[in-house]
Write a protein that binds this ligand. Sequence first.
Ligand SMILES: Cc1cc2nc3c(=O)[nH]c(=O)nc-3n(C[C@H](O)[C@H](O)[C@H](O)COP(=O)(O)O)c2cc1C
Length: 161
Amino acid sequence: MAELLIIWHSRTGGSRQMAEAAYDAARSEGAARILTAEDAQPEDLIDAAGYLFCAPENLASLSGQMKEFFDRCYYPVLGRIEGRPYAQMVCAGSDGQGAARQLARIATGWRLREVQPPFILCTDAQTPEAILAPKKLDADTLAPCRELGAALSAGLALGVF
Ligand SMILES: Cc1cc2nc3c(=O)[nH]c(=O)nc-3n(C[C@H](O)[C@H](O)[C@H](O)COP(=O)(O)O)c2cc1C
């Protein structure tokens, strides 16, 4: 069955909860798999039918670990996943646009097809203490992540992408 692959990185837990919420909903609609950016390999990308990337914005760009995943996998899969659907989720303090733009440029290089606009969740963390604190996102806050995971998984299962 066409499998959705969710790849995530998180420093303080927000993106992890977003990715897990999406995965939980995706599994109920079709085939889905979840991997950390650290564990994800080029073969995992090649084997999947579509992708959901999820990471924090750090210093106006993708978190280093998420960028490392793309740097490591970019050329091994270039030309082998063209046209596949993807979406992205960014966890940010107050912005998130820089990370979303950067990820979209990488996805364009791979010739992936964006099937949903980026979902950016702002935690409103402003002080160093709040930014470094573990994040706890409630069910309402995570609802859009569940919806996105479910929509991607259902779309892949039904062959609508
Ligand atoms: C080093 C660092 C840099 C950050 N830079 C930004 C930033 O440029 N823009 C922003 O909106 N949030 C920024 N943040 C806040 C995080 O994006 C926010 O806390 C988010 O919830 C982190 O997601 P995570 O819990 O998955 O790590 C930064 C956080 C850290 C630790």
